[in-house]
Design a protein. Structure first.
Length: 519
């Protein structure tokens, strides 16, 4: 850990270099995106193709996959014998930290792999890159996404071992490690392994957007977030042309309860994303902007800035067509934003009345729809509309089963946490106090056993926070305070948890009758 801290200090010192990094763009006829950072992958392709490959790799490291694919296809057009151009197309359709490829993305990736093999590679290292992505697509009909990602990670580890002087191989391997990390592993073994790789490369690649970006992902956990603060404050300066680079620091700001910095980060990201879409696809909504909006609403609500949050709720409700149809981050935001706004403010009737938006094909991203039913369920139970709450619980159970059928265990667990919370609130409304507490404890335990997905700034309402409130309602202030404090350890400065802890303490003071509660 001492080595990690030293390396992070080095990263902080490099921020001055990031400030002076040139804002120019390659002259290749593509849209001027501004400064997207600097990455370079050695290939044997023609000069024209190499320039596009470098651009594509740089874009990929800020998860600008659509623009990256365009660059790689331009490389293929410039050099028909450049297999690495088609490697890039395949890689642009694999998003290790987002979600498994859609059917269309999987097909595009598999086709690109075959074209890469057909075009050929001139070096053993290039062949190893193509072979690595080929392992992901092998047996796609028989093996699930997790097993194919594990095979890809092992192939990248082999590539690094065979070609230790290639920094891009190591950076892509670090990303693969993060993409195969177990959400239930509280030792964060793979995340720390990725961070060690990235810190080792940091002095060699000070302007590389992927190094800072993946360090943030490596430490995007309550116990580790402080280590990523220097990277968070540098990444946006390295690639200010990228909406995702502007947004990504807010992952750490949210973890540390730094609401103003999170808001500034996401306002900049939203503005950049909106401007980009207005230029290349006018009239549609940007998925990057919607992702930033979810983080903005979360931060605004923690500050009690309900009017600012409300404007974004209205904006989200007006979304029609997305720049990337059914993109998972946009879909998640469309469901999460109204759910957060109603539940965090305790507007139970409003929550119970929420309808499922029609701007998304929810069967493709069912966990996004679950957010609406969670709000309906909690709101219905709290407002005495138990028919609404029971319907919401049934819908959550069905979504969980659909996710299990898709072998998506992570999101199935997240939806089960929501279902249990709704069930606990229904039991409380039915005056079944012991059952309510037992069910809510089960939800809190399941939530503690996993980590949040990067798509979300946090749970709509943490299950443990709901447990604290239920305990308080049952006159168990000391237990409620303990649960609220536990929430604050993983979500510092969370407004509702702070208020619950204060209410619980006040109740204990009143019970004690001495004017002071026990610590």
């Amino acid at each position: 850990m001492r080595i990690l801290l030293i390396a992070m200090f080095v990263l902080a010192q490099l921020s001055a270099l990031a400030e002076t990094h040139a804002h120019g763009e390659h002259d290749h006829g593509a849209p001027d995106l501004g400064n997207i950072g600097k990455a370079r992958l050695e290939t044997s392709c023609t000069d024209a193709a190499r320039a596009e490959i470098d651009r594509g790799v740089t874009l990929m490291h800020s998860f600008w996959y659509g623009e990256a694919e365009k660059a790689f296809r331009s490389a293929a057009a410039a050099d028909a014998a450049c297999g690495m151009a088609w490697w890039g197309v395949a890689m642009s359709n694999l998003h290790p930290l987002w979600a498994p490829p859609t059917t269309a993305e999987l097909a595009t990736g598999a086709e690109a792999v075959e074209k890469a093999k057909g075009a050929g590679t001139k070096t053993a290292r290039e062949k190893a890159y193509v072979d690595a992505i080929s392992t992901f697509h092998a047996k796609s009909g028989a093996l699930d996404h997790g097993k194919r990602m594990a095979a890809y990670e092992r192939a990248m580890a082999d590539l690094v071992q065979s070609h230790p002087a290639d920094p891009e191989a190591a950076i892509f391997h670090a990303l693969a490690l993060l993409g195969t990390a177990d959400a239930k592993d509280k030792t964060y073994a793979k995340q720390k392994q990725a961070a060690e790789i990235l810190n080792r490369l940091l002095p060699l690649e000070p302007e590389h957007p992927g190094v800072a970006h993946y360090l943030i992902h490596s430490f995007d956990y309550p116990e580790l977030a402080e280590l990523a603060l220097p990277a968070a404050r540098v990444y946006a300066k390295l690639a200010p042309g990228s909406p995702h680079a502007l947004h990504m620091p807010s992952h750490i700001f949210i973890r540390l309860g730094l609401w103003e910095e999170s808001i500034a980060s996401n306002l900049a990201s939203k503005d950049k994303a909106d401007a980009y879409v207005a230029r290349v696809k006018p009239g549609v909504a940007s998925f990057d902007a919607l992702h930033a909006v979810d983080y903005l609403v979360y931060a605004y609500l923690q500050q009690g800035k309900d009017d600012e949050a409300r404007k974004l709720v209205e904006l989200t409700a007006a979304v029609g067509t997305l720049d990337v149809p059914n993109q998972f981050a946009a879909a998640y935001a469309i469901g999460a934003v109204p759910a957060r706004y109603t539940l965090e403010r305790g507007r139970w009737d409003e929550a119970a009345a929420l309808a499922v938006p029609k701007s998304v094909a929810w069967e493709k991203v069912p966990y996004g729809e679950a957010n609406i039913h969670f709000a309906r369920g909690v709101g219905g139970a709290r407002a005495g509309k138990l028919d609404v709450a029971r319907d919401a619980e049934r819908r959550l159970a069905a979504i969980r089963q659909a996710l299990l059928d898709q072998k998506n265990a992570y999101w199935a667990d997240q939806v089960e946490i929501q279902r249990l919370c709704v069930a606990a609130r229904i039991a409380a409304a039915e005056k079944k106090g012991d059952e309510a507490l037992e069910t809510m404890r089960a939800a809190a335990a399941l939530e503690t056993g996993t980590e949040k997905h990067p798509v979300t700034p946090g749970a709509i309402i943490p299950a443990r926070e709901m447990l604290a409130e239920l305990l308080l309602e049952n006159g168990r202030g000391e237990e409620a305070a303990a649960e609220a404090k536990q929430v604050l350890r993983s979500a510092p400065n969370r407004r509702a948890a702070i208020e619950l802890a204060a209410r619980a303490k006040a109740e204990d003071v009143a019970k004690d009758g001495t004017g002071a509660a026990a610590d």
